[in-house]
Design a protein around this ligand. Sequence first.
Ligand code: PMV
Length: 326
Amino acid sequence: MTNGAAAAVSHPNIAFIKYWGNRQDNLRLPANGSISMTLGGLLTRTSVRFDPQLLADQLTLNGQPASEEARLRVSAHLEYIRGLSRSSGHAVVESQSDFPSAAGLASSASAFASLTLAACAAAALELDPRDHSRIARRGSGSACRSVFGGFVEAHAGESDLDGYAQQLASPDHWDLVDWIVITSQAPKSVGSSEGHRLAATSPLQAPRVADAPRRLNLCRQAILQRDFAALASVVELDSNLMHAVMLTSQPSLLYWQPETVELMRSISHWREQGLSVCYTVDAGPNVHCLCLGEQAEQVGRQLESLIPEAQLIRSGAGGPARLVGA
Ligand code: PMV
């Protein structure tokens, strides 16, 4: 991988304890730590080729030239990596995901995790996963978690150097399934970068952040002990707290659609009836329905009959970001 080209794949992740708001926006240092499951099955592949002849970085997303905004964000990330490697050539970047982007599926997480691994390898930088995680965070806060497989915790960190993630448990630790219920493929009206900037305008953000260590602890213990009831209770609380902050930001952010609320209500009701299920919702209308693997078929059927027009994607815990043939 020293000929200036490399490619990497990585999975998106679903946050059980959400990151929302930055302590330092330019470094994407999060206001609070977070915990997620890396989503196997869904994949982003990113290739990077440095070319001294190029006058600017080029970016293709899913076969189409990217917007100038996306190109500049990737270019800033490459600039940091070029600085670390003391190389100066511009790059051709091609990124392809096999799932809908910008609809609350953390596509920027797998995009920046795979970009980081590919760009560092193409620049001949030999780094460990912790360094990759820290660098990926600078591109997208949630990307630091997609560097690792299984169940992952991102530290809030004191500075750029300790804002990274680490694995809590491997993918085979717990057979959890995430049914992603896609009711809308439309790009969200306010992206998470802008949402993070608005978080501090909510009077609820400070208490949400102050309580985060307690929720992180509950979630970590629930995962380590494979305690679904404990996980469900803290995951739904944490999702609701983040959306309470979004709703009370200025301007207010309301990501939910009628189907989102219908799903949240039904999933809580199914749990009261004895199914091991819970919901979590990212910055978009789509609902992630978590359940035990042994009940996944039944939960899938119930979701299908509740919202027949929705697209359902089934995912379990997946592996880490890794280099593949360029
Ligand atoms: O990494 P970003 O900037 O796309 O932010 C992620 C925000 C949430 O998905 C809503 C929460 C999280 O921790 O993944």
